[in-house]
Design a protein around this ligand. Structure first.
Ligand SMILES: [Mn+2]
Length: 166
């Protein structure tokens, strides 16, 4: 598929993936979504056919900085944007706002992405802080708890989120 979203595995990552698809107007039928974590970036297989790549809610790996740097290198010119709110990003990367939107003060990544959907932003903020999630987000969170390693469930959740907004 032509478009690729790489997202963190948590609920904020799931909401962020949906928000990025809305923000960049990626056609869902041509968009692949991979879920990962900062310490697993070396195991992410980037499909060759991916032409535009967006990364959301994946923090900088401070224990192994080379892992994040090597991953960014692998993405190369296909990287369209990287949104994150975790702290610890080195200035030489975070200081490139054309590609990296890093806001450590933000409550969540989904809350940072201008999806035009206040409910997505609010629920992402609640997911990463506290408060009561909307019923649809509660259901997704429960699904993720039951099957923490099930990326199909995450993918289905992103599609579900997009259906309720489109
Ligand atoms: Mn987050």
């Amino acid at each position: 598929m032509k478009y690729l979203i790489i997202a963190d595995q948590g609920l904020d990552g799931v909401i962020s993936a949906a928000s990025a698809i809305i923000y960049y107007d990626f056609p869902l039928g041509e968009t692949e979504i991979l879920f990962t974590q900062p310490f697993a970036l070396d195991r992410v297989e980037i499909p060759e056919e991916a032409e535009r790549i967006v990364v959301v809610d994946v923090g900088f790996n401070n224990e192994n900085p080379e892992m994040t740097r090597a991953f960014i290198k692998r993405l190369g010119s296909k990287l369209l944007g990287w949104f994150d709110h975790h702290s610890g990003w080195p200035e030489d990367i975070a200081g490139n706002p054309a590609l990296f939107v890093i806001i450590p003060q933000a409550k969540s990544c989904g809350g940072m992405i201008p999806s035009g959907d206040p409910e997505l932003r609010a629920n992402a903020n609640i997911a990463d802080t506290h408060g009561e999630l909307s019923p649809w987000a509660q259901i997704i969170e429960e699904d993720l708890k039951v099957n923490p390693l099930d990326n199909e469930a995450r993918l289905a959740a992103v599609h579900k989120i997009l259906k309720r907004t489109k």
